[in-house]
Write a protein that binds this ligand. Structure first.
Ligand SMILES: Nc1ncnc2c1ncn2[C@@H]1O[C@H](COP(=O)(O)OP(=O)(O)OP(=O)(O)O)[C@@H](O)[C@H]1O
Length: 278
């Protein structure tokens, strides 16, 4: 069964088309990442799926309802982490989480949520006194407190330090392990690679590629670059499959201590897909 089905989605802002007819399917239980440069239409798409923006055209089903008309019972089944969440700065972390928990029929215990996002030491601190990354963790806490079936995360780890980002990845994996469907947008390719079962690249309001992190944009069949040193000179060959070349080098008794085999990273593939100059 699918958690999200989108057909021909369009959004126009005062005559400018920000989303120009996209199709997407996110299956239940899947972690799906939306990538794309600034202005590609990611937030617009996600906020239409959350029911926070009106679409100009196309069909949208989210948990078997149209977000434009779905009611409170539907809203209680989804969790949202907005890009620019406006927290009540005077409340403490625990007060804020408890307040939002009150909107849901079966919330997670407040202390558990605060622990999951790594803010236990800050539970009594006012939100305005937190750092940017800590506030972002509060946003994530508010998104998961209602035990959502479907969680939307718009650039969830912006401002996180590397350790916090790894901790967040573990949280996402744990939620996915419980069966939560997750749609996230991110500018961090390694985040998409670490978390996503499937991903789509948006550019100029269109889906320009879709696949798994391993296969996106023909990555799996993109070939390899083999480098090694021979007679003091670095040699480089581009090959579809490095097996034959490496056999030959072994047979020739070449010095393989410097051998490297590299394939395009997800970031290389992504930059090619969006037509960025490298
Ligand atoms: N409320 C709005 N009114 C008018 N234009 C808007 C509005 N929101 C977004 N846009 C325009 O729609 C386009 C897509 O914006 P959107 O925020 O969806 O992109 P994005 O992919 O999320 O970008 P980013 O990576 O910077 O967050 C942009 O050209 C933007 O200027």
């Amino acid at each position: 069964m699918n958690a999200i089905e989108v057909k021909g989605l369009r959004k126009t802002y005062r005559g400018d088309e920000a989303v120009r007819g996209i199709d997407l399917v996110v299956r239940r239980g899947e972690v799906f990442a939306l990538l794309g440069p600034n202005g590609a239409g990611k937030t617009t798409t996600v906020e239409i799926l959350e029911g926070h923006r009106r679409r100009s055209g196309g069909e949208v089903r989210v948990l078997d309802a149209d977000p434009a008309t779905a009611g409170r019972a539907w809203r209680a089944r989804i969790g949202v982490v907005l890009q620019d969440a406006d927290d009540a700065a005077e409340l403490t972390v625990a007060e804020m989480v408890r307040h939002v928990a009150g909107f849901y029929p079966d919330p997670r215990p407040v202390a558990e949520v605060i622990d999951l996002v790594g803010l236990t030491e800050k539970r009594g601190s006012r939100i305005r006194s937190l750092s940017g990354g800590q506030r972002r963790r509060v946003d994530v806490a508010l998104g998961i407190v209602g035990r959502p079936e479907l969680l939307f995360l718009d650039e969830p780890t912006t401002g996180f330090d590397p350790a916090a980002r790894r901790q967040f990845w573990e949280l996402i994996r744990a939620l996915a392990g419980e069966g939560t469907t997750i749609l996230l947008t991110t500018h961090y390719l390694e985040e998409a690679e670490a978390l996503a079962d499937r991903l789509a690249v948006l550019s100029g309001g269109l889906v320009v590629a879709e696949g798994t992190p391993a296969t996106l944009g023909g990555r799996a069949t993109a070939g390899a670059v083999v480098r090694w040193r021979a007679d003091g000179v670095t040699r480089t060959e581009h090959v579809a499959d490095p097996t034959e070349l490496i056999r030959k080098l072994v047979a020739e008794d070449a010095d393989l201590t410097t051998l490297t085999v590299t394939r395009p990273t997800l970031e290389d593939t992504y930059l090619d897909l969006i037509g960025a100059k490298r």
